[in-house]
Write a protein that binds this ligand. Structure first.
Ligand code: G1P
Ligand code: ZN
Length: 550
């Protein structure tokens, strides 16, 4: 074993986006591409280390969703970590760790941070995407100040350090040394299951599942499978086979591991059968997202967040109530109405989980979520797909009501917030940027104007000042709010790996229960037409409609 210093040259564009550095597998396959990024990370960590750059007393966590390219990447990262003097590294067996489990393990073992190999819900396989993200000591995504520092370092890097040690067998639990670093292969699910047991009423859920209440959870051939099986089948007694597509595969069985009705077609079909399961859910590639279904219904993610908040006191971990809640800016305002009724604050943050973490650390919020099928709480610093499934099952078990009833009751109490997100994928970046730029300019001149029966009361950039540390995140989307509370939001995705993706978010709240069963597309058609007109989407992009509608 020895440590080599290998000369390298910077790669352009190694800037982490909404959730880490995400690129095509072929980009990551370039010699030194991953090495440069990881060495840049260690350069920054060493520069920040209190003990003169010494990481010898520090623990790191490593794992990911097992997607294509992970095997080699894990070994490379171990060798770079050893060469940079890391004291100890905890790796999930098989290199697997769901994003929420990584957050649990970082927190429980007081690690300095963790490296997670995942491109979340993006497709995998040789032609798919790969990703790497760094989470800090609180278990949450690195703040922008840290990812910016890493990016700056990638621009000037001249060498990386690498141990020549042989590869570590990650298939078995155990411990080995690599240079001075201890590599410990750990059970990827144990700590996570223990935490879930402490949050929810497992006894009540066990009784529910012992009755004639059938559940199906689609793990999408991704890392959530072993977690869902351990909790739902082994701990809670759901029959074997309740978790489908449970085996993690490097190419996710060639499906798109994104919990969306379009990608979980079999599950949706099962739920549409009147003799089908009573409860359904799907997770994404790294198991931090969730989609909840019941017969003939997919619960909208913004509604799901509002409903979890509404019923939180039924859950042992949240029995004493919530200090506050937060949603990302484009997430519908359904949760605001619940927070209002509960008399607790509701924060509006930019898109991306990292913006919730200061609020969680500062105990300003207990629950939070995003419209992109993400919900979570102060139990960790990531969104957590299986946690949301357990939360819903706990509510059903305690209230004795089905998911459909709970949703419609919520609408009757607080109104139904109709919501749609229209994604225009793979646009030329210049076109997308120009659209946003022009819209920004235009927005300065139209506030106060009337459009049909609605008056526009707010228009322009969403800039966020973190109430805890005062950091500012500017240009986080263009937001248009009308006098009846309807909203239209435009932003560009920070996770797409091909061209640019324009996301247009539409919402309006309907108090009248007679309109609650109407089609969201119908009720939002007017706002969509307004959005198209004001941004010139069709004219600029040549697209008649979005590729994906959520
Ligand atoms: C998307 C979602 C966002 C989520 C992120 C990471 O980011 O919209 O809510 O936090 O993935 O899972 P976007 O591509 O919109 O930047
Ligand atoms: Zn994810």
């Amino acid at each position: 074993m020895s440590i080599q210093t290998v000369k390298t040259k910077p790669f352009a564009g190694q800037q982490p986006g909404t959730s880490g550095l995400r690129k095509k597998v072929s980009t990551f396959q370039q010699a030194a591409y991953l090495e440069n990024f990881v060495q840049s990370l260690f350069d920054v960590l060493r520069a920040q280390a209190p003990s003169g750059g010494d990481l010898g007393a520090q623990t790191l966590v490593l794992g990911g969703d097992g997607r294509f390219h992970s095997r080699g990447a894990l070994q490379t990262i171990l060798k770079i970590a050893a060469a940079n003097g890391v004291g100890r590294i905890l790796v999930g067996r098989g290199g697997l760790l769901s994003t929420p489990a990584a957050s649990v393990i970082i927190r429980k073992h007081q690690a300095l941070g963790g490296i997670i190999l995942s491109a979340s819900h993006n497709p995998g396989g040789p032609h798919g995407d790969f990703g790497i993200k760094y989470n800090v000591a609180n278990g949450g995504p690195a703040p922008a100040s840290l990812t910016d520092a890493i990016y700056e370092r990638t621009k000037v890097i001249t060498a990386f350090r690498l141990s020549t040690a042989p590869e570590v067998n990650l298939a078995e639990l155990g411990e080995v040394r690599m240079e001075a670093m201890q590599v410990k292969v750990i059970d990827p699910v144990a700590d996570y299951v223990e935490l879930m047991r402490s949050l929810f009423d497992f006894e009540a859920i066990r009784r529910l599942l012992a009755k004639d209440f059938k559940i199906v959870v689609d793990a999408m051939n991704a890392v959530g499978g072993p977690y869902a099986q351990a909790v739902l089948e082994k701990e809670l007694g759901a029959p074997a086979g309740s978790v489908i597509r449970a085996e993690p595969m490097p190419d996710f069985g060639r499906i798109h591991p994104d919990p969306h009705p379009m990608n979980a077609v079999d599950l949706v079909q099962l739920m549409n059968d009147s003799r089908g399961p009573d409860f359904g859910a799907a997770l994404d590639g790294d198991a931090d997202r969730n989609m909840i279904l019941c017969r003939h219904m997919v619960v909208g993610p913004s509604d799901s967040l509002a409903i979890l908040v509404e019923h939180a006191r039924l859950i042992p971990a949240y029995r004493d109530g919530l200090v506050g809640v937060a949603r990302s800016m484009p997430t519908s305002t359904a949760v605001d109405r619940v927070a209002d009724a509960l008399g607790i604050p509701c924060y509006e943050t930019p898109t991306g989980w990292k913006y919730f973490c200061n609020l969680l650390d500062d105990q300003r919020i207990t629950l939070c979520g995003e419209e992109s099928y993400g919900t979570g709480s102060n139990h960790i610093r990531e969104k957590d797909g299986l946690w949301a499934v357990l939360f819903w099952l706990n509510i059903v078990a305690v209230t004795g009501k089905g998911v459909g009833n709970i949703v419609t009751q919520h609408w009757r109490t607080h109104g139904r917030t109709f919501f749609r997100r229209h994604d225009y994928d793979d646009l030329p970046t210049a076109t997308a940027n120009k659209l946003i730029e022009d819209l920004r300019f235009f927005s300065q001149h139209i506030a106060g104007k009337k459009f049909g029966s609605r008056q526009l009361i707010e228009a322009g950039d969403f800039d966020y000042t973190d109430p805890v540390d005062g950091s500012v995140a500017a240009h986080q989307g263009l937001r248009f709010v009308f006098d009846d509370g309807a909203r239209v939001i435009f932003r560009l995705s920070g996770t797409s790996t091909e061209g640019s993706t324009l996301r247009v978010y539409l919402e309006r709240c309907e108090k009248n229960p007679q309109r609650h069963s109407m089609s969201p597309d119908l009720l939002l058609a007017e706002l969509l037409a307004w959005a198209d007109g004001v941004a010139g989407i069709r004219i600029r992009t040549g697209r008649k409609k979005a590729n994906v509608i959520s």
